[in-house]
Design a protein around this ligand. Sequence first.
Ligand SMILES: [Zn+2]
Length: 290
Amino acid sequence: MDERSNDSQGLLCVHAHPDDECIATGGVLAKAAAEGRRTRVVTCTGGELGEIVGEGMDPDEGRPRLAELRAEELAAALALLAAGEPHFLGYRDSGMIGTDGNADPASFWRADIDEAVGRLVAEIRTFRPDVLVTYDAFGNYGHPDHVQAHRVALLAAEACAVGALYPEAGAAWKVRKLYLATIPRGFVLEVNRMLAARGLPSPFPDADRPEDLTMGTPDEDVTTAVDVHAYLPVKMAALKAHRSQVGDDSFFFNLPDGGMGGRAFGTEWFVRQRSAVAAPVSEEDLFAGL
Ligand SMILES: [Zn+2]
């Protein structure tokens, strides 16, 4: 591959719905941009089935134009993160598992995988990122669109480097580091215990051990922890830009001690799925070794 200078290095994050980019990767996006790197987000669905919880918003009135509203919110969030314009893959939100949206032929869950991979390959070959990020195999918490984003992104991250595949999608491009955004199970348990100790509802009331959890990654498999405390204000402001999705009572803004003293959202964790360059086993930067 060609030598690439730091200021041309790029980070592409593949997400399922508008707002996911802030929660899982808002810090690394803001950090990469502040360090002079190119950043972009591809959002697989319009988020048409998201709950409308924004203050002063009427769910019945907002529902018919929710995709339009969420595209505006995404544009505002990306502007705060200095991550350019929205790029949609063009699928419909599938809704939570077991709901009617799962059967919609236009939903991401029902997408023809080959076609979806081709669409993402075109996005990758256009932006030419060095680092690509998507979710862990459970889509962080099991939402079908997140699981599908993982599948499509992993296939596209390989196919984009092979010019004979999807030749109509542009010239071959090699992604050098591929990451899965995740949460260490040890930290999920820590949050769980903290909430229980304060008498607050915890998402996994019966979980005591890492193996009791359906979500998260065993701590020993998490390769990369990026400290994004310095970017917390911009990350939380970008999340708030998704006005229809985050009410004043949102979990994200109401953890005790201001999000556990910044710990809840001040670190972003990843599993390095592969790297074409030598990088430390335990990293603190997605661009380590590039
Ligand atoms: Zn989502």
